[in-house]
Design a protein around this ligand. Sequence first.
Ligand SMILES: Nc1ncnc2c1ncn2[C@@H]1O[C@H](COP(=O)(O)OP(=O)(O)O)[C@@H](O)[C@H]1O
Ligand SMILES: [Mg+2]
Length: 234
Amino acid sequence: MSKLLTGVNLTKEYPGGVTALKNVDVEIEKGEILVLLGPSGSGKTTLINLLGLLDKPTKGGVYLDGREITSLGERETCGIMNRTFGFIFQFFYLIPELTVVENVMLPLWIKEKSRLKLKAYYEEAESLLAEFTLVKKINSYPSQLSGGELQRVAICRSLICGPSVIFADEPTGSIDKKSSEIFYDIVGTLNEKREVTFIIGTHNDKFLQFATKVVYLNEGEVEKTEQIRVKELQ
Ligand SMILES: Nc1ncnc2c1ncn2[C@@H]1O[C@H](COP(=O)(O)OP(=O)(O)O)[C@@H](O)[C@H]1O
Ligand SMILES: [Mg+2]
């Protein structure tokens, strides 16, 4: 299997008898920008959670480079989530008691677990924040930042371990228009320059102009899949 990430026959039933996803198949190539488009309740978050290993399917499997990853133990699951995947959520989920730079360096510390390298982690986080014009905010707390700034901090945090896949669930759902436009630019740049693959769940059809592939979800099922352009890989 040459696909980077594949969901096969994914079904998710929540307690209480809600079938949030029914037999969903999805294939993502390296370097792709996959947009999951659908109205509220169509299963976008559920699908992102299954592909990103935040939740387990009732039926079906997720494959990373051809290897089934939904049935791995906790240690390996966390390893993939920390090293290979990055996450950007609608409400950012930054830790309020930590400064901006501490929030960004945290995944790197979790990955490498060395107290001796804290200074190096700090510098790494600082240089990423500088790239996203946040250098003046490194010692601020999340509560002191605007929505657009919080989102850029969340982007930095998702990038610090050098992920190959970034999952973004309603990434423009709680920021203004200007910040959304900055976000679109960032996705394009990261995709081009770092070959980051994106899986974006949204009801915002603005994302269609960036997508390489669109999966239309409706009531937990794939209504159609559209390959918009083929990503040229170097
Ligand atoms: N934890 C849960 N328990 C029960 N039902 C849920 C849960 N999470 C989501 N659902 C239901 O599953 C369906 C799909 O939800 P979701 O994946 O959040 O859709 P979307 O992200 O497209 O709005 C909805 O009907 C929703 O109410
Ligand atoms: Mg959702």
